[in-house]
Design a protein around this ligand. Structure first.
Ligand SMILES: *Cc1c(COP(=O)(O)O)cnc(C)c1O
Length: 428
């Protein structure tokens, strides 16, 4: 631990909290964050040379495993041809066409560099298209850190006990309504009162920033019907779920055609790449065709596009998602059985390559459910597993991620380690 500790001390003298994204600081679990030197397949190694089986996967992007040789080769080849041109490239067309083929709701698409940019731009576009100001989000859903969306926004803020953010003028969030997730009655009531003044509803179609929380079919279908009836743009924020829960995203599992979709994480394969897209009629309101401004010096960066394209190629291979889902299932069922045997209240849930671990009696359906789970138990589990070389996200409110580089054997090792940790927890 010596070098991790030294680096953390040094980092704190120059980077606020020692990190460039808050949850990395281990604030909610305590202890020293591991500084990563390198990663390969299902593993990361820290600066002290300790190897961890990694269920963070860079928070989702590493779906084909870290440093996949084909992705690295594609990146190296692209990099050798120049890092950025500020002019259009063929790769951008190919990746846009590929995404549109996988997500039929996407008729037009624009590339950006982060999920935050994608959601911020989609909201602006929805407002420009409808000429309305009000927007709706759901409690515990995170859509990046743009001002109007930082209200009751899930993990990062939850972890720090801070439901919204300082520095956001109340004027900015005056137009943001926050409704409870999975509450169809609250939704219907909102639409009856304010539906026709509302520009858009933005939703994590499978929530992954208050840990994993699945929506009910009733909630999802009522939302689509009400948005349609009131001329409200429905935005599926699939930055996490896109190409993660299924090849066609959560929308393919739900049988829903959203008006706009935001994507990120997996589509960049670990490089800064994100996108928003959807109905032609709406997307054509963006500059230079329409009056909604949106731009980016590094948008569609050729090296990021190369990483994304290769990743999208790999995930389309035969049996990719069946395998990922089988691995997630094996881990969730194994952990649940181990906890039950030890008498520790615990449950788990998964969709494709994404899963949630809950120190609770039942799988949560809302933010209120989730915040009622036992975060002290999570802390003990987290550190017990980390000490055994297994890394989960350092917060009870984060979802976890499986990659194609994980094997049944690695998962069984994880379950065996958890048996020890659960026994220690039961004894304590
Ligand atoms: C990660 C995430 C974002 C933000 O993406 P960044 O690339 O971190 O800006 C937005 N929405 C969802 C659902 C996310 O999981």
């Amino acid at each position: 631990m010596a070098r991790n500790e030294q680096l953390f001390e040094r980092a704190k003298n120059i980077i606020p909290g020692g990190v460039n994204s808050p949850v990395r600081a281990f604030g909610s679990v305590g202890g020293i964050p591991r500084f990563i030197r390198r990663a390969e397949g299902a593993f990361v190694w820290d600066e002290d040379g300790t190897r961890y089986t990694d269920y963070v996967g860079s928070w989702g992007p590493a779906i084909v495993g870290h440093a996949h040789p084909e992705v690295i080769a594609a990146v190296q080849e692209a990099a050798a041809g120049g890092l950025s041109f500020g002019a259009p490239t063929e790769g951008e067309i190919i990746i846009a066409e590929t995404i549109a083929k996988l997500l039929p709701s996407v008729e037009r698409l624009r590339l950006v560099s982060s999920g935050t940019e994608a959601t911020m731009s989609a909201i602006r576009l929805a407002r420009g298209y409808t000429g309305r100001d009000k927007i709706v989000k759901f409690e515990g859903c995170y859509h990046g850190h743009s001002d109007s969306l930082l209200v009751k926004a899930g993990s990062g803020l939850l972890t720090f006990g801070n439901p919204s953010s300082a520095g956001v003028p109340s004027d900015f969030i005056r137009h943001t309504a926050v409704l409870p997730y999975n509450d169809t009655t609250a939704l219907a009531q909102y639409f009856a009162e304010q539906g026709t003044e509302t520009a858009c509803v933005i939703l994590e179609p499978i929530a992954g920033n208050m840990n994993l929380v699945q929506p009910s079919a009733e909630f999802i279908h009522t939302l689509r019907r009400l948005t349609e009836e009131h001329g409200v743009v429905l935005i599926y924020d699939e930055v996490m779920t896109g190409f993660r829960v299924a090849l066609g995203g959560a929308q393919s599992l739900h049988g829903i055609r959203p008006d706009l979709t935001t994507m990120g994480k997996v589509i960049g394969g670990g490089m800064p790449l994100a996108a928003f897209g959807g109905k032609k009629e709406i997307m054509d309101c963006i500059s230079p065709l329409g009056g909604v401004y949106q731009a980016g010096t590094l948008s569609g960066n050729p090296v990021a596009v190369a990483a994304g394209l290769k990743t999208l190629e790999i995930i389309q291979r035969q049996g990719f998602y069946e395998n990922l889902s089988t691995l997630s299932q094996r881990l969730c069922q194994g952990l649940s059985a181990a906890a039950k045997a030890a008498g520790v209240p615990f449950c788990a849930d998964w969709v494709g390559g994404m899963f949630g671990l809950y120190f609770a009696d039942h799988i949560p359906h809302s933010y209120a459910d989730m915040t009622a789970s036992n975060t002290e138990a999570f802390k003990r589990f987290f550190h017990g597993m980390l000490a055994r070389g297994i890394a989960f996200g350092p917060s009870a409110y984060e979802a976890c991620f499986m990659s194609a580089a994980h094997t049944p054997e690695l998962i069984d090792n994880t379950i065996a380690a958890a048996q020890e940790v659960f026994s220690e927890m039961a004894a304590a």
